[in-house]
Design a protein around this ligand. Sequence first.
Ligand SMILES: *Cc1c(COP(=O)(O)O)cnc(C)c1O
Length: 400
Amino acid sequence: MELAEHRSLDEGYLVQNYGTRLQMAFVRGEGCWLYDSEGRRYLDWLAGIAVNTLGYGHPRLVEALCEQVRAITHSSNYFYIGPQAKLGRHLVELSGLDRAFFCNSGAEANEALLKLARRWSAAMFGEGVRPGVITFGNSFHGRTLATLTATAQGRIQEGYAPLMPGFKHAPFNDLAAAREAVDETTCAILVEPIQGEGGINPADEAFLKGLRALCDERGLLLLLDEVQCGIGRAGTMFCYEQYGFLPDAVALAKGLGGGVPIGAVVCSQELADQLKPGSHGTTFGGNHLATRAGLTVVETILEDGLLAHVRDVGTRLKAGLDALCERSNLAVSARGRGLMLGLQLAEDRAAALRDACAAEGLIVNAVKPDTVRIVPPLVISADEVDEGLARLERAVAAVG
Ligand SMILES: *Cc1c(COP(=O)(O)O)cnc(C)c1O
């Protein structure tokens, strides 16, 4: 299809909630490289928003998915589902938690966290007595009514009143404010260890550990949203491993399916016990196709040593960005962990830099007006890091 036809179909038939799309249509990928409908080739530092963990056309994932599609893709949760149980075992063993539940997206995973918190609170304190959840400024937890209420960003909540009761927002990385926000109605704290949509903002170690201690002290649940930073992206399977504590539950999605939609919650036995038969469920969640994808992604990360690889190439990429910042007036600093990095600009030029990168054959995203997000596939090579840095440097020079 020509770009003009793409545009006319999109504008003629689709809800325009994404605004005008970037003028590219990708038709194929290979490793960390994307090819568009005009035959142009790009190095991909976005990975479909931290989704395409193994890049494109990964032989092991392609093989597993083809085999699964030929065998069976969906049977419903009335029946045993082999890859669901195997992926559940991996996530439980790797997380240090006890039980897994599968759904279809990040919003659904967080919705399940919030429902778990409500059920636990009802069992502990009586229904409706302590329903409160504290979340943080610039967070992003999804687009359902509960998760957009949890999301502390006004533009995402606009026009959806009345929002869900029971949420309070505190400033991110401010432990004293979180402590202050806890009251007699609070049952849980929900936080991203590294904020993604909020602009790649890592939680300070003292803040996260302090939240765990605060939750222990006040008898609250600590719920982690690792939808973006989990599944190897930060250099460990779960980002929280780097802080040396366990949450009560963690939400996963984006990178777990390597491009196939999937969400998951991994939680303590105490929380799992709250979801009695019939209390929660989903038709598609955990089906053969999605969990075979998740199983293959997790096993490939483990067997191919991708966690150490992410730490290595992540360090190289961060060092390259730091060096670029020293030579540039536009790029100020880089932040993040592993292959989840943000490049801070001196001015609101992230969209211009994104476009200049595309002109150089590099895909990045303007996550904030002054921040570029860099979340490549975890399989990116050191050479591809260097190649991308060279392209980024030319784009920075072009923008000024
Ligand atoms: C993307 C994201 C979500 C929402 O996931 P969807 O699959 O779009 O519903 C929730 N939390 C975080 C941290 C995310 O990055």
